[in-house]
Design a protein. Structure first.
Ligand SMILES: [Zn+2]
Length: 364
């Protein structure tokens, strides 16, 4: 956790936040917050001159400092002890990223302990100004103890990588489990693995309902989900074979690839790829009672016109990749590996001829 309390600056009121002018992204709160919460959020945004990294170490209280409870302070201290990260700093980076005409929304507040955590979604229209050739969903931070996923997706926004792909529209969820990120925990605050909770809504997974609501009405040609693996000796990826192979060969220049033949002692791995278009993967999916987010996307949010990287034969195959970086490497290298993987997936999507519109629509 980068310098929470007691950093360079004391966590006091900011008198002038200087927010809102210039070409920053539009922030559209869609969840009703109380007047006090809204006021605190405005204050918490802090100075916007942190593009160079200065000021990121600030602890940004979501309420005025005078109303921070002792319990909040204990929670921050606990998060620091267990190796959690400063979600408020991450949120400031998301809000500070120049989205070049894109829109940033708070899609909901994840309840956790004595506070809530804003969940963000950025919508980046095709920079070409024309209708997008494909829609891409990018996600990080579903498992809070896999921080490079969220880091990579936030850095994707900060570095304006979408600008290199003007023909595509992007939907970006930088961190889908903020509490987990702050506490270095895989699960959400109610103890559930969110990536096994996308089949049915549950009172114990309010984040999942927030994400599903935010995705309503959207469909994607490609989905990249950024994760990590604490046991892996190198990167591996869950993806259709061709996409997986393209990712692995691109990433090999930036770091090691998992060369083993099993993941978690049971999932077959071949050259760093868990093939989601194999018969065995299809069989496994039919028996799933708990759905990971990628499977939910494949079932309900997958576009069936335009280019697709999914297996032609199965409309429920995943037209996407779950990237797993090995956590033993330094953070900057894991982020670079995620970016190389995303780049490879987008390159393949660019090369892919558009599918005859809508042939598979209605097959779900
Ligand atoms: Zn994970």
């Amino acid at each position: 956790m980068s310098g929470a309390l007691g950093g360079d600056h004391p966590p006091v009121f900011w008198h002038k936040v200087g927010w809102g002018e210039g070409s920053r992204a539009t922030l559209i709160p869609t969840v009703r917050a109380t007047g006090e919460q809204r006021g605190a959020r405005r204050k918490a945004k802090g100075p916007r001159s942190h593009a160079n990294g200065a000021g990121l170490a600030l602890y940004a209280p979501r309420r005025p400092y005078t109303s921070l409870m002792a319990a909040d302070l204990r929670e921050v201290a606990h998060a620091e002890r267990v190796g959690g990260r400063d979600y408020d700093a991450l949120a400031m980076r998301v809000e500070g990223a120049d989205l070049h005409g894109g829109a940033l929304r708070i899609i909901g507040e994840q309840p956790g302990g004595h506070r809530t955590y804003p969940m963000y979604m950025a919508s980046l229209p095709a920079r070409s100004g024309k209708a997008p050739k494909a829609s891409v969903l990018l996600n990080g931070g579903t498992h809070g103890d896999e921080p490079a996923g969220a880091e990579a997706v936030v850095a994707f926004l900060e570095a304006d990588i979408a600008g290199q792909w003007p023909e595509f529209a992007f939907t970006v969820m930088p961190c889908t489990n903020p509490w987990g990120h702050a506490h270095a925990r895989r699960e959400g605050p109610a103890g559930r693995d969110l990536n096994r909770a996308f089949r049915r809504a549950s009172p114990r997974t309010p984040e999942v309902s927030i994400i599903k609501r935010a995705l309503a009405g959207r469909a994607f040609n490609l989905y990249v989900d950024c994760h990590e693996d604490i046991d892996a000796p190198g990167l591996y990826v869950f993806a259709p074979t061709r996409l997986g192979n393209a990712i692995v060969s691109a990433v090999a220049a930036t770091g090691p690839i998992h060369q083993g033949d099993l993941v978690d002692g049971e999932i077959p791995l071949n050259g760093g790829v868990v093939a989601t278009d194999s018969d065995r993967s299809r069989e496994r999916r039919t028996g799933w009672l708990t759905w990971p987010l990628p499977y939910y996307i494949a079932r309900y949010r997958q576009a069936h016109d335009g280019p697709t990287l999914s297996d032609e034969g199965d409309p429920r195959a995943l037209s996407g990749a779950t990237i797993e970086t090995p956590t033993f490497l330094p953070m900057h290298q894991r982020v670079a590996m995620h970016h190389a993987a995303i780049d490879a997936a987008l390159r393949l999507l660019r090369e892919q001829p558009p599918r005859d519109g809508g042939t598979a629509r209605g097959a779900l």
